[in-house]
Write a protein of this length. Sequence first.
Length: 434
Amino acid sequence: MTNPTRREMMAASTALLATGALGQAEEPAKASRVIGANDSITLGFIGVGGMGSGLLDIFKKMPDVRIASVCDVYELNRLKAKEAAGGKPEAVEDFRRVLDRKDIDAVVVATPDHWHAIPTILACQAGKDVYCEKPLSFRIDEGRAMVTAATKAKRITQMGNLIHAGDNYRRVVEIVRSGALGPISKARVWMAADRRGLGRPADCAAPAGLNYDMWLGPAPKREFNPNRFLFNWRFHWDYAGGILCDFVCHIVDLVHWAMDVDAPETITATGGRYVLDDNCETPDTLEVLYHYAKGPKGFDLIWSQTDGSAHGFEGMSQGIMFQGTDATLVASYGGYKIFPTTRGATIEIPPQSIPASVGHHREWLNAIKTREQTTCHFEYGHRLSTVGHLGNIALWTGEKLRWDAKNERVITTHHANAFLSRMNPRAPWVLPEV
C-alpha cells in the first residue's frame, strides 16, 4: 500500500490552498430561466463512462428532460453517449463547453472522484443546478467548497445516493428511531468481495481518442496504466479513496439517517493492501472504528472491509447492523431482519411514517422546478463523504483522530489536517474561489 510520506505530510501542512486559476463569478449566477411545472429541463452530462452512461439512460426516459450535451475526455464514451441519447446531443471533450451553453439548465457530473469538485463549482457559478455522483468530493475541503458554491448560487443539488430513496431504508429508519431495538451501542457496516485478478499490467500508451492529460486534470502526472483507467481508477489514491469512499455514502447513510447523526467524534483505522497481488494502492483489508457522541455515552460504528473474500457477516457480502439491547437488526439494500435478544420475544414494529420517495432522480428534477432542496443535497452528501475521508486519514496517519465537525478540522494532531485538501494540485486545475 502506498501511503503519503512524512515529508509530504509536513510540506502539505504548511501549504496554502491554491485558488483562482479558473476564475470566479463576482456574483452568484442566476438561472437562465424559470422552469415551470410543465416545462422540460435541459441537461448536460459531464462524464459519460460507466456511471455517467447509466445516469443518462435513466434521465433520458423522463418525459420532461431534454439532453443537449454529453462530455467526456474519452471519445469512445462520448460517442456512445451521443448515440444512446438519440444522436441529437452535442458531444464535447471539454466540460467548460457544456457550462458555456445558456440553454442548459442543469448538469450531471459523473467523472472519476478527483474531477468532481472543479466542474461542479463552476457549474454552480454558471447558474446550473447540479447532480453529482458519490462520493461528493475527493477531499473534505473540496466538499465544503462545493457546498459553499451551491449555497451562494442558490443551486438545487443532489448527490448520487440513490439507495436513500428506497422504501427499505425508510422502514429501517422508522424501526430504529422508534426504540423497538432498545438502546443501540454499536452499528456495523461491511463490504466483502473477491477482487483478485487485476494483475500488474505494464505502463503503456493511452488508448486512441483519450485526452489523457485532461483525464488526469489536478492529479499528478503519471504514465498511463490500464489499472488506473476506467473502473479501476478508484483503487488509486491519486483519483479516489478506495472501497471505503466508494460505498460509505450508501451504507453509512442508513446509520446516519436512523441514528440522527452527521459526524463522528473520534476515528481509528487499521488495514492495508495485504492479499491482492496487483499494482493498485487502496486497502484490500480495512477496519475503521468511529465513535459518535449520541445520547449519554454515544455509540460505535465499525466499517469492515475485505477484498480477498466475498464472505461477510450474517452470510451477506454487504450489510448494515444495528445492535440494541432488545434486538439486533440486520439490513441490506433491499431488506432487513430482526433478531430479538430474548428467544421468542416480540418486537413491536412501528407504523410507517416516512413518506415514500418519488424516486432519487425524479426528486432532483422536481426540485429544479419547485426550488425546494432535495434530501441528498450537497450538505448531506458532504457530511457522508467526510466519514470515508476521515477513515482514510486515520489510516494514513496511524493515529486516533478527534474531529471538530463544526470547523471541519482534526483537533488531536496538526499534520492530519494536511490531508483535508489535495496536495499540490497540478496546474492549472486548482479549485475556483468560492
